[in-house]
Write a protein that binds this ligand. Sequence first.
Ligand code: MG
Length: 354
Amino acid sequence: MPGPFCKLADPAAYRATWDLTQDAHFREVFLDFFRTQYPTLLKFAVQAAIARGADPSEAQARADHCQTEFFHRLDRYAADPARHGPTTILTIDHWRDGLLREHGFADPFIDLKSRENAAATKILPEVCRAIDALEEPAQVRAIIEGVFAGNIFDMGSDATARRFGERGPDFFATRAKIPPRPWLIDDFDALARRWLTRPYRKAVIFVDNAGSDYLLGILPLARWLARHGGRGGGPIPVVLAGNQLPTLNDMTAADMRAGWPVVLEAEPSLRDLPISIVSTGTSEPLIDLASVSDELNAAADDADLVILEGMGRGIESNLHARFTCDALNIAMLKFPAVAQWLGGQMYDVVCRFR
Ligand code: MG
């Protein structure tokens, strides 16, 4: 039975994200965002369907119908929010992805994810060698900056989707342009102090997007923690937690499992590390930790480090979540209203460590 994430400090008081019914400003911002995003999503959905043998005009008609239904649902909510009760970004994610699935578009970005995964896999060894060549304290800075840079590949952000719809992001160019410290939220010194002194038992990483995000940000982080997190006491287990079903360009647990042999072939140093993959049981770009899979809870039970990566999992939800162990919220901001909410700008970065 799905239940609250076992590392939540106070499951009864936990709220994943805020209620748009009570917040006219963000309601307008997000309704506009979801409306603007849908045509892009459906364009990719139709392309993916055609690539799998669907008739082009049939697939387009299905997409048009899907969009009409989604927009009607948004209109009904916008016309009378109070009647709908509590409604969050997660609720609208359910509407959006539920309708896509109903209309036969289960994974609109499947081909884009594959293309970006293949491109990033080729660069993974270079990224790992560059980290290994550094002194240990500098390695921590490099892996954190690598997570920021990888996180720019995000089809859930209008700004980055338009930038990267046709051509993948350049990981190295993005990393070179990360804002100087102090970052918008900057607990890096506390993180480095903790990571470089005392051992961890086990880490759980909530994974966000495919491509550079997973392969060049998260895998080097997981590799470093598995190797160094035990502080001389040997490798520690690292659990990669991915969505159950596809949403936007997020990595699912199934995507990670299917790609694992290719990753090991590209970067054999990962082969002997205790890195495992679980499904969160959830299927949204944000994560509601009030209800996650037994598989995740069993794997996380003895963890003492939780990492929530990406704007959806780490900022729009769970920025204020409290855990019974160390926790890191890490992301690059790719949505103007969210950047503004935190008093920052587009492409600012957040490293919250508690
Ligand atoms: Mg994502």
